[in-house]
Design a protein around this ligand. Structure first.
Ligand SMILES: [Zn+2]
Ligand SMILES: [Zn+2]
Length: 348
């Protein structure tokens, strides 16, 4: 089969690799749609823990064969990849905190992923889907689950107000989940006007561009003491510092943007957090018990009833064979994009 393989830092190669055969307890997915995640780009640009690696975890397709011990009835079913492979035995797994598993694997990061014609998956990593949902939309389930998980961690309730920093794919999923769950008002901040336009399309009430306005002042005009919930999805240190100033006393902040590891926060941040008794909550992946969690089942419900709009988030479509070129362009900041879908069946 063909696959896009990360062979080294900055070296993604589209090539022939052995087609996987599903082992005991495993199934094989014939890939129909793959979406590029920011973390795939990061592994390409910054380098990764292991090579060679078939990237990709935002993936859907059709189950075309099963290993021993797996029901034949899986064959022909549509499914998305659940990328986290927890051990299910350690203390954290026992409590249902799967992303804190002591010895997890991850499809597309620690084992072969979806940038291929076929991918081999443990049975538990298959999320079976209704046949009528388009593959390009179900490939985007995983980023939706991250946004839904952030709102669960932030204890978001209908009627509350929210500020979303970053209108990339997670930010736009956050806007949609805030809308679906009944937010009173949603403010979104991003430097790119195109991103802000999409944010409005999917449900943002107010958009702010920090290159044009003072975001803190604007939020204070609208919310007085600040938002009930602030969501950080940029990974920019200056933005992280601002989160406190737009959050009301006793409000919550959920962090999902990966911050640069060589930066630090001033201790005035802690002082501000303490004085206003603000809760700062970290988010890692998108899982809860029973595995993979309601983040996943609720995403399917929202897709099925039409409340979650994936189509608006898709900016480009390419054949998988073009992945090396596209990664080069994105790495060199030459391709402004939202979600990019890859199709393994269109060779050339
Ligand atoms: Zn992802
Ligand atoms: Zn575990």
């Amino acid at each position: 089969m063909k696959a896009a393989v990360l062979e080294n830092k900055g070296a993604l190669v589209y090539k022939d690799v052995p087609t996987p055969e599903p082992g005991p307890g495993h199934v094989r997915l014939k890939v129909k749609a793959i979406s590029i995640c920011g973390s795939d780009i990061k592994r390409f640009v910054d380098g990764h823990r292991m090579y060679p690696l078939i990237l990709g975890h935002e993936t859907s397709g059709v189950i075309d064969s099963v290993g021993s011990g797996v029901a034949e009835s899986y064959i022909g079913k549509h499914a998305a990849i659940i990328p986290l492979v927890p051990c299910f035995e350690c203390e954290q797994c026992q409590q249902g905190f799967y992303s804190a598993c002591h010895s997890y694997s991850f499809i597309g990061s620690r084992q072969s992923g979806g940038f291929a014609d076929y991918v081999d998956l443990p049975e538990q990593n298959v999320f079976v889907l209704p046949d009528e949902l388009p593959f390009e939309h179900t490939a985007l389930i995983e980023p939706s689950t991250v946004a839904r998980h952030m709102l669960a961690l932030g204890d978001f309730k209908s009627g509350q107000t929210a500020v979303v920093f970053g209108a990339g794919s997670i930010g736009l999923m956050l806007v949609q989940w805030l809308r679906i769950l009944g937010a009173e008002k949603i403010i979104v901040s991003d430097l790119l006007e195109d991103n802000l336009k999409i944010a409005v399309k999917v449900g943002a009430h107010v958009t702010l561009n920090p290159s044009k306005v003072d975001v803190i002042k604007e939020v204070q005009k609208l919310f007085g003491d600040g938002a009930d919930l602030t969501l950080e999805a940029t990974g920019v240190p200056q933005v992280l510092e601002q989160t406190l100033s737009v959050t009301r006393p006793r409000g919550k902040i959920v962090l999902a943007g990966n911050q640069p590891l060589d930066k630090s926060l001033p201790l005035t941040f802690i002082e501000n957090m303490m004085r206003r008794e603000i809760s700062l909550v970290g988010c890692f992946m998108s899982y809860s018990a029973p595995f993979p969690g309601r983040e996943w089942t609720e995403t399917i419900e929202a897709l099925s009833n039409g409340s979650l709009d994936m189509e608006t988030l898709i900016s480009h479509r390419f054949p998988l064979s073009k992945a090396p070129e596209i990664f080069e362009k994105i790495g060199a900041h030459q391709l402004a994009h939202q979600k990019i879908l890859l199709n393994p069946e269109e060779v050339g």
